[in-house]
Design a protein around this ligand. Structure first.
Ligand SMILES: Nc1nc2c(ncn2[C@@H]2O[C@H](COP(=O)(O)OP(=O)(O)O[C@H]3O[C@H](CO)[C@@H](O)[C@H](O)[C@@H]3O)[C@@H](O)[C@H]2O)c(=O)[nH]1
Ligand SMILES: [Mg+2]
Length: 197
């Protein structure tokens, strides 16, 4: 018996507010709450497709490979908008592992060998359908097959960074790393560094 045994939700209507790069809908739902009372609620949902991200960790040098790129939503906050993130990308119809291998190489130039699935998590479950798959791989400099930097025909403009794992917590605390998936992965790395060696 939990608080939500009587609770349920039914979709009544979906109205598409925008259908550009990503669909934005206004839903009406009949939500029956934990007391058994039903209320009609409005909820806007941004239909983001799934994505994957990866911790690339060089065990010998104790560094992680991060990327820096422009993010318009950060720019709109009036803050420095070329932000530091873990390599990541949309699955684009591929399985999560295949997608993260592709994205890691496109963005960083590293062709990864063994890759470990860590967990999956919703990025912003109050507003977006986006599901993020988290991975980790150990690398060394011989795994670098190109410069990376992203796809020029998609105007990706990416800088590849090598950051000592010992510095990332200070970067998070000083606001130099502000992307939530990246903070999650780096905290995982600090907690599990020994299992990666
Ligand atoms: N035309 C058009 N292109 C877009 C739009 N939004 C993104 N793109 C293009 O779509 C591509 C997305 O690149 P990916 O590497 O696949 O995805 P990402 O943006 O890095 O996404 C990752 O980071 C995000 C920020 O943390 C995450 O939100 C996302 O889940 C993922 O982890 C880029 O080439 C970008 O230019 C848009 O509104 N219109
Ligand atoms: Mg990307």
């Amino acid at each position: 018996m939990t608080k939500f045994d009587k609770a349920k939700a039914e979709i009544v209507d979906e109205r598409i507010l925008a259908d550009g790069w990503t669909r934005l809908s206004n839903f009406q739902i009949d939500y029956t709450d934990s007391d058994g009372e039903t209320h009609r609620l409005q909820r806007e949902v941004y239909h983001r497709t799934p994505a994957a991200t990866i911790l690339l960790y060089d065990t010998r040098r104790d560094i992680v490979i991060l990327v820096r790129q422009f993010r318009l939503p950060v720019f709109l906050h009036g803050e420095p908008a070329w932000i530091v993130e873990a390599p990541a990308g949309l699955l684009d119809g591929d399985a999560p592992e295949a997608a993260i291998r592709r994205e890691a190489e496109e963005e960083t130039g590293f062709r990864i060998r063994d890759v470990r699935f860590l967990f999956k998590a919703y990025s912003a479950p109050g507003s977006s359908t986006e599901l993020q798959y988290f991975f980790a791989a150990t690398i060394d400099s011989t795994d670098r097959v190109s410069e990376g930097g992203g796809l020029s025909h998609e105007h990706e403009d990416i800088e590849v960074l090598e950051v000592p794992l010992d510095q990332v917590m200070a970067m998070i605390e000083h606001g130099e790393i502000v992307d939530l998936k990246t903070i999650t992965l780096l905290q995982w790395a600090i907690m599990n560094r020994d299992t990666l060696r």
